[in-house]
Design a protein around this ligand. Structure first.
Ligand code: ZN
Length: 438
């Protein structure tokens, strides 16, 4: 009798425990960068991503799809229409929550308000504030319900946005609050209103790790910005961070077991789903909308400007573009940072579209005159320079205004008073003259 009772209690205890743990799948992408179409290797494309999201959702009992910023900037539709069509098309991807990336500022901060208005999904960003403390995105977090789990999603953006990743004219009256402190503040605010706290961050990998290490109330960080997928899930005492490759070539799938009593993860399994356009059936409505917008730009960008004898990776293109800028401006040197180069040139006919994808930014080329001794070390490297001779140096207006950043010259005080043409037009013009790239 006693034994039977004990057994019943045990069964009850187990069933209570079992009920306390609920499954949740978080699908995630980052840095889609307006790559509406698949790349030259059949990877990515919004219509294929939409299908993958739908199929993965069908394989989950409860799911959320989070997008970690930099939705716009990267292809001609975004550049020519200043990002807005990308938000319209993204409305059909099934995004539950998105956050701002640094490139959302590329068309000026006022444009971000149009993005937020056009989006049918909420955009959260907790640390972009003005002098009065008002938030650019309007809301720091949302609380979504999925499978009976109240999931708080807090958005954050790179702490060093201004002066490093965006020029002050684009950012206007907004400034960035420290990432970890801001997350800590809002995590405390949502603690009693949620069962699981997720940070959706367009942030450096180190910032993501710092959140996991320093704010234990946060169970998950979905990351964007680096463009390069994590080799494995970042795990700090069962709190996890995930990041997938940019341009929609991958979708992340994080399968969680959420302990509803302890408000923490019981387990987390992560996998990366390749968006393979040769295997996935495109979502017809998204495909239709993509075709509609691509048709508008096709006349301008789908024209052949030359031929590539081989594939040019980003490093090769950095050299090529520097050469084009130096030759076109008659400068002694030209310098661009690797982050300026956003895509590759496949072997074969070169379309203007490739250069739009490589140089989506409306950067102008600017020129300055400097004594050899004043040239930044990154420009002097590998060159024989006469310290007293005067040299001309071409770069972009973006590099010139963020020159002190370690990703740029890493020095300040250089003046570039002369403005030449738009960088993209200059490179297209140069390739047209060269005809063959080898
Ligand atoms: Zn990005």
């Amino acid at each position: 009798m006693i034994l039977r009772r004990l057994l019943a209690l045990l069964v009850l205890a187990f069933s209570v425990r079992a009920q306390d743990v609920r499954p949740l799948t978080i699908l995630h992408s980052n840095d889609l960068h307006a790559h509406l179409l698949s790349d030259d290797q059949g990877r990515g494309g919004f219509a294929y991503l939409a299908t993958a999201v739908r199929e993965e959702r069908a394989r989950s009992s409860a799911s959320l799809y989070l997008n970690a910023g930099d939705l716009v900037q990267g292809t001609p539709v975004s550049t020519l229409y200043r990002g807005l069509p990308i938000y319209r098309i993204a409305n059909r991807l099934g995004v539950d929550v998105s956050t701002l990336g640094n490139h959302e500022f590329d068309y000026g901060w006022l444009r971000i308000q149009n993005f937020i208005k056009a989006a049918k999904f909420p955009t959260v960003s907790a640390n972009v504030v003005d002098g009065s403390g008002a938030l650019l995105a309007g809301r720091p977090y949302v609380i979504k319900s999925a499978g009976g789990i109240r999931v708080a999603v807090i958005g954050v953006l790179l702490g060093d946005l201004v002066g490093n990743l965006a020029t002050p004219d684009k950012v206007g009256p907004w400034h960035l609050l420290p990432v970890v402190e801001t997350v800590r503040k809002y995590a405390a605010e949502v603690l009693d209103k949620s069962d699981l706290i997720v940070v959706l961050g367009h942030i450096h990998d180190e910032e993501a790790d710092a959140i996991l290490q320093q704010v234990p109330a946060v169970s998950v960080v979905i990351v964007g910005h680096t463009h390069k997928a994590y080799a494995h899930l970042h795990d700090f005492d069962g709190r996890v961070g995930a990041l997938v490759t940019a341009y929609g070539v991958e979708l992340g799938r994080l399968d969680l077991q959420v302990d509803m009593t302890a408000h923490r993860l019981k387990s987390a399994e992560w996998k990366i789903i390749p968006i393979d356009a040769r295997k996935i059936v495109p979502d017809p409505r998204v495909a239709h909308q993509v075709a509609h917008w691509e048709a508008k730009v096709s006349k301008i960008v789908d024209v052949q400007i030359g031929e590539a004898k081989r594939r040019f990776e980003k490093k090769d293109l950095q050299m090529l573009i520097q050469r084009a800028m130096a030759e076109e401006t008659g400068s002694d040197f030209a310098w661009v940072n690797l982050g300026n180069i956003r895509d590759v040139i496949p072997a074969g006919p070169v379309l203007a579209r490739a250069i739009w994808n490589i140089l989506p930014f409306d950067n102008a080329v600017v020129i300055g005159k400097f004594k050899g001794s004043q040239l930044p070390p990154k420009v002097r490297e590998g060159q024989s320079i006469d310290s007293d001779r005067e040299y001309t140096l071409a770069t972009t207006d973006f590099t010139a205004s963020n020159q002190a950043s370690k990703d740029q010259f890493g020095v300040s005080g250089l003046a570039f008073p002369k403005i030449a043409a738009l960088q993209r037009d200059m490179v297209i013009g140069w390739i047209k003259k060269k005809k063959i790239l080898e």
